[in-house]
Design a protein around this ligand. Structure first.
Ligand code: NAD
Length: 733
């Protein structure tokens, strides 16, 4: 079996440990790799060396952290085993610390690899823009457990160190150099040469701050971190900031702060011990298991197994230059595709091109793109009103109006205009992808013949706004071939998004499960539960925004359309609440129309008033639209927060279970992943199925049975849930 670590020696007597995990694009730490590292260190300790250079054999990747399957395996062990794993890593890294060692970092350096680098005497990083260094463990619900939570604040100061640990944000090599996290920045081809020079006596060129910055650093180190009073003030401030960011839902930053404080107090051994204990405690929590599961969902979504793409996509046609079409065209151009953007209306086309330009311009303003790059990408988007211009496309994505007849017509026009094999993808939110391949007749006349290649039709369902939403549902229609699915998946992954595979059922996964939740929020408001209470209950559950805020964001017209579609497909259990008629009559659209459930100002921000007597206690109250409140006749039917949360989130659970039962999705953990990425469902809860699993499927079943009697048929637990409850088994094992 080929090895991940190779030990070589330079003429100077310096040893080089090259990390290059076989059959993998990136280096990952696993028990095997750590055992190899231990063996290499034993050889070096036995034979001696002037120094040790740690370097990666991968282009653009020093190391991406620990192997996620191994993390999950560790999490299924008793916490004493997790504690021992943290201790073992520490012992190994301490051996490295005793050597004259240097980490020569090029590319991404994350998690355990950053901890490895921190255990070295020196760190140098390449000037390559892809180089970044970080400790993202909190995003998985634990903390750096191999000494990183202690070494990082001691190296770069408590404030900067805790910020990196508590946010999980990676820093560029330049920022890392300014922070003192790396000693030098070097051209990537000169990393090993320079590392050897440093280990054999050359002086390092550390960042030297200017006078003001140096004074500030000195003050922070002595006054804030160097005295017990200063440290307790720092702990209070940092603790407050953590609470504001996490609302007490994520325990990892809180535990990390305790370890950082111990490290700053000077008791290194005690801090290391506390770190191992905290690591074991945090990694055993349900929150961490959920976060790791969601993280794993990213690679599951992108994984290409078995059948491979059969069409090499270079030019993408986008039909419709509206909200979605413009976003899709920009996303494709950004990743280097040639794009042909087609509409039927010149004004819509111009507006779409303006939107694309605006999206690129925002990237230039945020320094994510140079003006020249933007110009090149913009020149790759060709606006047109003619189908003939689509002739070179290997993939066409339609984002025209949501009408089956129009979708069939544009599909047939594309088949006329493009003579080579191409994929026809629909961005539909609710229509049948398979249905679009069928013929369209007007009387006896065939206006759109059946598809010549129905196997090449697929759904690629983006979410709004395309540039922000990382989730895309790739829909297997009744006629879609596996090769077409693979091509669609590969395209979405190339856009940097996560393709979740679903079958062709109304609302697919995300809208199917989100709509009953939003509908239930409206039903409760119609029953007199104050909107403000419903919003608060959802926020306290951990949602990014309340259901009414979300309704306005999505657009009340679109939400209404989805609810109506689901009602058509699933009948009365998802009947549209009467207020939707009022919303339609009054043409309330939500944020985009300036009026919805809430009122908006000329900048499209929600209007509010400040309430509260004492200045420090004043809070914003967002103004509800009186057209809505007046139409809600029932008033003051207060419910407890728990009751409201059950109504909202068990509506999701019931629908999610049904979607799994109906095989809308093959992998239940991808359903949870889609709900987290597509709707802002709280990652620490993991998704609606994980939520049911955590409360226990027997309890979820009982609660749903009760709600189905008092609140509506939409809660009726399906047979699959009944069976899960009977056998006390979870949806996600
Ligand atoms: N808006 C959303 O939040 C959202 C989210 C996901 C999916 N979708 C789906 O995406 C599709 C488009 O939605 P949208 O919100 O971008 O609509 P939109 O109204 O903003 O844009 C539709 C565009 O299609 C153009 N058009 C109409 N007929 C055409 C034809 N025959 N050929 C070419 N262009 C034509 C119109 O001129 C318009 O510019 C719909 O199927 C919708 O269900 C919308």
């Amino acid at each position: 079996m080929s090895k991940a670590i190779t030990l070589t020696r330079l003429a100077s007597g310096v040893a080089v440990l090259t990390i290059d995990l076989p059959d993998s694009k990136m280096n990952l730490l696993s028990s095997t790799v750590l055992a190899e590292l231990a063996d290499s260190l034993t050889t070096i300790e036995r034979d001696g060396a002037k120094g040790v250079i740690l370097v990666s054999g991968k282009e653009g990747n020093f190391g991406a952290g620990a192997n996620v399957e191994e993390i999950q395996a560790l999490q299924s062990q008793p916490s004493i085993k997790i504690y021992e794993a943290a201790k073992m890593g520490k012992v190994l890294f301490a051996r490295l610390e005793k050597l004259n060692s240097i980490a020569a970092i090029n590319g991404t350096c994350l998690g355990g690899f950053t901890e490895l680098a921190l255990a070295c005497k020196y760190r140098i990083a390449s000037s390559d823009p892809k180089t970044e260094i970080g400790v993202p463990e909190v995003l998985l619900g634990f903390l750096p457990g191999w000494g990183g939570t202690v070494r990082l604040p001691l190296l770069i100061g408590g404030q900067a160190g805790f910020k990196m640990i508590s946010t999980g944000k990676a820093e560029s090599s330049y920022k890392a150099w300014r922070l003192g996290l790396v000693d030098e920045i070097v051209a990537k081809d000169e990393l090993v040469e320079r590392a050897e020079q440093i280990l054999t006596g050359s002086k390092v060129k550390r960042y030297t701050p200017g006078f003001k910055e140096a004074m500030m650093k000195k003050f922070t180190a002595s006054a804030l971190e160097g005295t017990s009073m200063g440290r307790s003030l720092f702990a209070k401030m940092a603790g407050g900031a953590v609470y504001a960011a996490t609302k007490g839902k994520y325990p990892a930053p809180v535990e990390a702060l305790k370890v950082v404080m111990l490290a700053l107090s000077g008791d290194r051994e005690k801090a290391y011990e506390a770190e191992s204990v905290a690591f074991a405690k945090l990694a055993s929590t349900q929150v961490s298991r959920n976060l790791v599961n969601i993280f794993r969902g990213q690679s599951v979504a992108k994984k290409m197994e078995g059948v491979q793409p059969n069409i090499d996509v270079k030019t993408v046609g986008v039909l419709g230059a509206g909200v979605m079409g413009a976003g899709i065209a920009q996303a494709a151009a950004y990743k280097g595709y040639e794009v042909v953007l087609k509409d039927i209306d010149q004004a819509a086309l111009d507006k779409g091109m303006e939107t694309i330009r605006g999206l690129f311009k925002a990237l230039v303003d945020r320094k994510k793109l140079s003006q020249t790059e933007m110009d090149v990408m913009m020149s790759g988007v060709k606006p047109t009103l003619n189908y003939a211009d689509l002739a070179d496309c290997e993939l066409v994505i339609e984002a025209v109006v949501e009408k089956m007849n129009v979708k069939k017509l544009v599909r047939a026009e594309c088949e006329k205009a493009i003579s080579k094999p191409f994929i026809f993808a629909s961005n539909t939110s609710s229509l049948s992808v398979g249905g679009m391949t069928e013929e369209l007749k007007k009387g006896d006349e065939v206006v759109a013949p059946a598809s010549r290649h129905p196997e090449n039709a697929v759904g690629i369902h983006f979410f709004n706004p395309v540039h922000k939403m990382q989730l895309v549902e790739v829909v297997r229609g009744s006629t879609t071939s596996e090769e077409t699915l693979a091509t669609a998946k590969a395209f979405v992954a190339k856009l940097g998004k996560f393709p979740v595979l679903t079958n062709d059922a109304p609302g697919f996964v995300v809208n199917r499960i989100l709509a009953p939740y939003m509908r239930e929020a409206i039903v409760m408001a119609e029953q007199g539960v104050p909107i403000v209470d419903i919003e608060k209950a959802a926020l306290n559950f951990g949602m990014l925004m309340g259901p009414f805020t979300l309704l306005d964001e999505v657009g009340l017209d679109i939400a209404g359309h989805v609810i109506n579609t689901l009602n058509g497909a699933f009948g009365d259990r998802l009947s549209p609440p009467p207020i939707l008629k009022v919303i339609e009559e009054k043409k309330l659209l939500g944020r985009k129309g300036g009026k919805g459930i809430y009122l908006y100002d000329e900048n499209n921000d929600r209007k509010f008033v400040m309430e509260g007597k004492r200045f420090s206690k004043k809070k914003k109250r967002f103004l509800l639209n009186p057209e809505i409140t007046e139409a809600l006749s029932a008033k003051n039917n207060r419910k407890t927060e728990g009751e409201i949360q059950d109504r909202l989130f068990l509506a999701m659970v019931a629908e999610a279970a049904l979607a799994v039962q109906e095989n809308v999705i093959d992998d239940p953990s991808q359903l949870d992943f889609a709900m987290v990425y597509g709707t802002g469902f709280p990652p620490f809860i993991g998704g609606p199925l994980s939520y049911a699993d955590a409360m226990g499927t027997p309890l979820a079943y009982q609660k749903l049975l009760y709600l189905s009697k008092v609140a509506g048929d939409n809660y009726k637990p399906c047979d699959l849930l009944k069976e899960k409850a009977r056998t006390s088994s979870p949806f996600i094992s």
